[in-house]
Design a protein around this ligand. Structure first.
Ligand code: GLC
Length: 907
């Protein structure tokens, strides 16, 4: 038997080495130029086993190699490469892919090792009548195309044509294109297998995704080269890893930026900013960021202050800082054209030759906020350095973030001229090449200036315009959205589209930006989405009513407060997901199918998404909803609030009145949570970290990791971080949670790790911590088993043993109401209208005895319920409380609710 095994092994080894006998070991980067016709050539590069570059050139001279677009530094070539070249066909074979290049036509096919074509030219490169380079790629049957950045409409881009041309897309409609950013990168999926491709050219380009021809993806570009990278996946995550390896990954943002931000255009004075800050702290509504829009400036001049309204910006910011607020200010690219105006940013810019010029050397002047303005040429290194220094000086006022806007470049009069000259880091070019990357270069100059000023503090930049690779420098938001339900509905899909394009630090203006039509309900729903957006900020246009979370009455305020508290408790989870994004490019917001590409139904539910791998969010995006349908993909999921277990694939109807967001957790996940804090670094922060464990399906084990560091500095790059590995393993009779040895030097402030096992109906027979039995810890009410372990950096294990383990099933809660009626209430019946009874005014008839009415409402455990007392009709409803939240998340059993009516609206 043994001898037989040896024989098999030898045969296998021989076979393998024959297969790869022609392969060059650890081949280094392979490079070859195929000259296909007089005017057309193709430069092929094999960067690693599954990343190829196909750089099509018209003529022999390539466009300038733009260092700001990508870096090849981390590619060392394929592990092994077999090259066959008979003069006509060049075949390049790596361990995972085969590329065939026809050197007569420059047509390319990339196949996998099973010889399935994955990426294949449909037509040779050609010059169109409009003078554009055009390449057609074959679309395979059932192939879905995702990504392409900031696009409206369905996540699968097939059937539409998209333009890459950054534009001030104020109040964009549901089908508008292009918007503010350009990301000429797509990720495709067919038969559960993912590939990706990136056009490394910043000029205006078009992606016709099977519109002109059903089975052709047509890529065209106005000048420059058709410089395409191919990423072989094979999973969506691997494609994004490969793409972000090329275009750059996101550094960890300061932790406070994951908290809540409050903005408006504009808080007009220091006094108002103080009021807003007090508004949060008085109400105990957690928040970190306060924002200053353009009116803090003197006549919209960047880097200046209007001292009448902001007499002591430094004092203001240090006062805010003491209350736990960080201030971010807006900066626009348009510098006021102000000769003789003693405006130093203008004067310095003139002296340093930093402003964009026409070919004849005169300044390009355009109207924008300050009136006539000039614009820095961020494609010049010296200009970026000058700008960085201005930013650095401006930070001295105490600013912690810089918001760069209008960088498409947006103008109020004429479009910016195409012939405008740019330095291009010494390889001069014009606006045609720079427009799409201008916003990114501005964000970069700002980021680098911040870092130069405070070398050990993480910069925070938010930008509106951007190009592929922006994650290295800035977070982004989706621009000037209208307050409308159809716009709110766009947001989750756009978040996913951006995340699938490598941009995960993303958000939208909570409440919508214009035109002030936001209702309390719409604000509340947008806020709910905001609480699960990576970037979470309320913002509204000038002249519009207030959009603070307390501006819409008591009900919205209470809902917003609860959501803010939840967001802040969940920050350890968010932070861990951000770390993963920064390290590997794995998106923060993921479509349902991301980890379930073979679950075809999951493609149809673009209004749900995952945050990280664990948390499924199903936001409510329509008016008057009391519930929503939630699709859970294949696998076991738990209701985040109740621990009730559901086996997917399944569609649930989940009660979701205003104020609630259906949330589910994938089995085996650990959601690290902290205490309810008011801001990041709140000294009242508890010293415990909660590890909310949702057991893996029986017979499986799931590993994950929890990331922590100081949240502020760059010390994490020198090993000052903490990674706690956790393995959750479940059998029919046991849930075990193993916390591994801490990796990294960072010692978090908490002393205890509190493991909370959710979702198990049965009380455990025994619980052990590191082998020793511990008592109690199980609340049958909430169905949570808690056990604390010391956070000493060592490995620990909690095991819960059960006679037989049963998953948590839905339970009902009886809400027992007792309502006191005011004196003079007419005889007759009294009712309870409630979100749990379709909001009909006579939803539940109460039993009235004199001035007291009682009744019981049975609702699902954990359900948020809102009620209002009536005498049968809305006209005769109690004036107060208008609608009160009386049952909250995590309840079970019976709850008594006492209400008191003070007056009737018809009396
Ligand atoms: C742009 C921005 C918006 C900002 C306004 C004033 O419209 O997109 O967010 O409030 O300019 O600076």
């Amino acid at each position: 038997m043994r001898r037989l095994l040896w024989l098999v092994l030898v045969v296998l080894i021989l076979g393998f080495s024959r297969e790869f006998s022609h392969m060059r070991r650890s081949a280094g980067i392979f490079d070859k130029v195929c000259r296909c016709t007089e005017s057309l050539s193709l430069h092929v590069t094999v960067l690693d086993d599954s990343v190829f570059r196909f750089h099509f050139l018209v003529g022999a001279v390539a466009q300038a190699d733009r260092k700001w677009l990508y870096s090849l530094a981390s590619f060392t070539g394929p592990q092994a490469l077999k090259v066959e070249d008979d003069g006509d066909i060049l075949v390049l074979e790596t361990q995972t892919h085969i590329a065939e290049i026809d050197s007569e036509s420059c047509s390319v096919t990339v196949l996998d090792r099973e010889e399935t074509p994955l990426w294949q030219s449909a037509t040779p490169l050609k010059l169109t009548a409009e003078g554009r380079l055009f390449l057609g790629l074959k679309l395979r049957e059932g192939e879905r195309i995702f990504g392409l950045g900031e696009k409206t409409g369905a996540l699968d881009r097939r059937g539409r044509r998209y333009e890459m041309w950054n534009r001030d897309a104020v109040a964009y409609g549901v089908n508008d294109d292009p918007l503010y950013q350009s990301h000429p990168f797509y990720l495709s999926l067919a038969d559960g297998r993912a590939i990706g491709s990136f056009l490394a050219n910043t000029r205006r380009s078009y992606f016709d995704v099977g519109k002109a021809e059903n089975d052709v993806l047509g890529i065209s570009v106005d000048g420059g080269d058709m410089d395409l990278f191919f990423f072989g996946g094979p999973t969506p995550g691997r494609v994004l890893e490969q793409y972000t390896r090329l275009t750059g990954r996101a550094p960890l943002p300061p932790k406070w930026t994951l908290g809540y931000h409050q903005c408006r255009w504009s808080y007009p004075s220091a006094k108002r900013v103080r009021e807003i800050a007090k508004g949060f702290r008085d109400r105990k509504m957690p928040a970190d960021g306060l924002w200053l829009d353009i009116d803090y400036m003197r006549g919209f001049r960047d880097f200046t202050w209007n001292y009448d309204r902001f007499p002591d910006p430094k004092g203001l910011m240090s006062e805010l800082e003491a209350q736990g607020f960080k201030t971010t200010a807006i900066i626009d690219p348009g510098i006021k054209h102000d000769p003789g105006g003693q405006y130093s940013a203008y004067d310095e810019g003139v002296i340093g030759k930093h402003f964009i010029k026409y070919p004849d050397g005169s300044d390009v002047i355009r109207e924008v906020w300050p009136g006539k303005s000039v614009f820095p040429d961020f494609s010049a290194r010296s200009t970026r350095e000058w700008w960085g220094a201005l930013i650095g000086r401006f930070l001295e006022y105490g600013l912690r973030g810089i918001w760069v806007d209008m960088n498409e470049i947006a103008t109020f009069d004429k479009e910016f001229p195409m012939e405008a000259v740019f330095d291009g880091e010494g390889v001069p070019t014009d606006y045609r090449e720079i427009k799409n990357i201008y916003g990114s270069l501005m964000a970069r100059a700002t980021y680098e200036g911040m870092l130069a000023k405070f070398p050990n503090r993480r910069p925070f930049v938010l930008t509106r315009a951007a190009f592929s690779g922006i994650s290295r420098f800035a977070a982004v938001w989706l621009g000037d959205t209208k307050s409308a339900w159809d716009r709110l509905r766009l947001m989750p899909t756009m978040f996913q589209g951006m995340s699938l394009s490598g941009v995960s630090f993303i958000g939208s203006d909570v409440g919508g930006f214009i035109p002030g039509a936001v209702s309390p309900e719409m604000y509340a729903r947008w806020f709910e989405l905001g609480a699960f957006s990576p970037f979470f900020r309320s913002h509204v246009a000038s002249g519009m009513p207030d959009q603070e979370p307390w501006s819409f009455g008591a009900e919205v305020e209470a809902d917003a407060k609860r959501l803010l508290e939840l967001r802040y408790r969940m920050l350890p989870y968010w932070y861990t997901v951000f770390d993963e994004f920064g390290r590997s490019g794995m998106p923060i917001i993921r479509p349902l199918w991301f980890d379930h590409p073979s679950d075809l139904e999951s493609f149809r539910h673009e209004d749900e998404f995952f945050v990280g791998a664990a948390l499924l969010v199903a936001p409510v995006l329509s008016t008057k909803a009391l519930e929503r349908r939630v699709y859970l993909p294949q696998g076991l999921f738990y209701d985040f609030f109740t621990g009730v277990a559901h086996s997917g694939p399944v569609t649930l109807r989940v009660p979701a009145p205003q104020g609630s967001v259906p949330l589910f957790v994938k089995a085996g996940s650990v959601i690290p949570q902290g205490a309810t804090i008011q801001f990041v670094g709140d000294p009242s922060e508890s010293t415990d970290l909660f590890l909310d464990v949702f057991p893996s399906a029986a017979g499986t084990a799931v590993s994950s990791e929890i990331y922590e560091d100081d949240g502020e500095t760059l010390n994490y790059k020198k090993g000052d971080f903490s990674r706690l590995p956790v393995v959750v393993a479940t059998t029919g009779k046991q849930v075990s949670v193993e916390v591994g040895k801490r990796r990294g030097k960072f010692q978090p402030r908490h002393r205890q790790l509190v493991i909370r096992i959710h979702g198990v109906e049965t009380s455990p027979s025994t619980v052990t911590v590191d082998g020793a039995s511990v008592a109690g810890g199980y609340s049958s009410d909430k169905r949570i088993l808690s056990a604390a372990i010391k956070d000493d950096g060592g490995a620990h294990r909690v095991i819960a043993n059960y006679g037989a383990l049963r998953w948590a099933r839905p339970r009902k809660v009886a809400l027992r109401f007792k309502v006191e009626l005011p004196e003079g209430t007419p005889d007759g019946d009294v009712y309870l209208a409630s979100s749990a009874r379709e909001w009909v005014p006579d939803g539940l008839k109460l039993k009235r005895v004199g001035a007291v009415a009682t009744g019981t409402l049975k609702v699902n455990e954990g359900q948020l319920v809102k009620v209002r007392v009536t005498r049968g009709t809305w006209e005769s409803a109690a004036e107060d409380p208008l609608a009160s939240t009386i049952a909250d998340w995590g309840l079970s059993g019976t709850k008594s609710v006492n209400l008191r009516v003070h007056s009737w609206s018809d009396f």
